[in-house]
Design a binder for this molecule. Structure first.
Ligand code: ATP
Ligand code: MG
Length: 385
């Protein structure tokens, strides 16, 4: 049986392992937290730092193949392991392009993939020379995730909010819709593409709010989005699963926002809504099995379950029973012991007959299910002694 390792033990690793149970594979996970969401679902858990060269190298040396569930891993170690014959998916060369947002944008430019106009800046001071470029969105080159390395600079008054590190300064796009497309690439270069999803964001949390699949877009927008996603995935020259985030602008342009070389939050719905889920697809690629069918079985809506504002501590799920009484609703809790405001704690997939039905159910779920903890912060009745 092949030994396959996953760097990172978060919820994406957890869902990948849930699917692994159906395949002939011996699963290994490395993460620095023995209670992480994936720790109890793998066959072998190794405590280690996925950003540390020695930890990643030692972990990889005992395996037949290695993949990731987060980009912030030690690429030098992966390159060395690949040179020594280990199958690393995605390839470290693709990961290197994606890990740094400045490299990623340059890659789109080199491959003539449409993306918002940008300049690369080295620090905050450089933004002051580019005031005519505003309004813009500044994205830190390395280390940003879940919107944390992203800052909107509307005008000169906002330059104090600029990152003081190498970053992309990108024109603010007048967005009509945000789309995402998953593309699977096997070791022979064959591809399979999933139908696009459409995201609706919460302007306050900057986290995925809810998502609908398939996206409601014109045929010509679909063709463009698919062509971009496929071209991009092939240009990365790596097997793997790639999530391509796109903007449809109000004037009808389709632009690449960013790419993730792994299973992605925009593909959670594929567990119930697709013939072959993104997780199953990645195992097929890792284990040299045929690519699966990406066709949708049902329209779906995905609601993120994040920690309620004002609550930190042991997680409790208010309204869970109510939601579980609903029809065609699938609750996924990530097994995180502690909640914090806006922490990703789970997601809910809803299957429905059409968009109106899905949005109606999604709103009931958002109102009903809350992740709280026993004590509310700043509660006058809860003074710490
Ligand atoms: N050029 C832009 N114009 C307008 N809005 C933008 C632009 N770039 C990013 N945004 C907004 O900011 C969000 C986060 O940006 P981006 O996806 O690049 O960051 P991220 O930190 O990787 O986020 P995540 O991990 O949630 O995908 C986008 O989904 C979009 O809503
Ligand atoms: Mg993004």
């Amino acid at each position: 049986m092949k030994k396959v390792g996953i760097l990172g033990g978060g919820q994406l690793g957890r869902m990948l392992l849930q699917e692994a149970a159906n395949f002939p594979v011996d699963t290994w996970v490395m993460e620095n937290d023995p209670h992480c969401p994936a720790a109890h679902l793998c066959q072998h858990f190794v405590l280690g730092d996925i950003r540390n060269y020695d930890d990643v190298y030692r972990f990889g040396k005992q395996l037949d193949a290695l993949t990731i569930e987060i980009e912030s891993v030690n690429i030098d170690a992966l390159e060395q392991l690949e040179r020594e014959g280990l199958t690393v998916i995605p390839r470290p060369s693709a990961l290197r392009i994606i890990q740094d947002k400045t490299e990623q944008k340059l890659f789109y430019q080199q491959h003539q993939l449409p993306t918002a106009p940008f300049v690369i800046v080295q620090n905050r001071a450089a933004v002051n020379d580019l005031l005519s470029f505003l309004p813009a969105v500044m994205k830190i080159g390395k280390g940003g995730y879940d919107g944390k390395g992203v800052q909107v600079l509307e005008s000169a008054a906002d330059t104090g909010k600029a990152f003081d590190a190498p970053s992309v300064l990108e024109k603010k796009v007048d967005i009509d819709k945000e789309l995402a497309i998953l593309v699977a690439v096997d070791k022979t270069g064959q591809t399979a593409i999933y139908p696009p999803v459409e995201m609706v964001f919460d302007p306050y949390l900057n986290l995925l709010d809810y998502q609908i699949a398939p996206a409601d877009i014109q045929q010509k927008v679909l063709w463009r989005a698919e062509a971009i996603a496929l071209t991009l995935a092939k240009a990365l020259q790596s097997p793997g699963l790639f999530a391509v985030e796109l903007f449809l602008s109000r004037n009808g342009d389709v632009l690449v926002n960013e790419t993730a070389p792994r299973v992605h939050n925009s593909g959670h719905h594929t567990i119930e809504a697709q013939v072959c889920s993104q997780y199953e697809m990645l195992w097929r690629i890792l284990l040299d099995l045929p690519l699966g069918n990406t066709a949708a079985l049902h329209p779906s809506c995905l609601v993120n379950l994040v920690g309620e504002a004002g609550y930190s501590g042991p997680a409790a799920y208010d309204g869970l029973s109510e939601v579980l009484k609903m029809d065609a609703v699938y609750v996924h809790l990530y097994g995180k012991a502690e909640t914090r405001p806006a922490r990703k704690m789970g997601h809910i997939t809803v299957l429905g007959k059409d968009r109106v039905d899905l949005v109606y159910k999604a709103n009931i779920i958002k109102r009903t299910l809350k992740v709280v903890s026993g004590t509310k912060e700043n509660d006058p009745g809860n003074v710490k002694r």
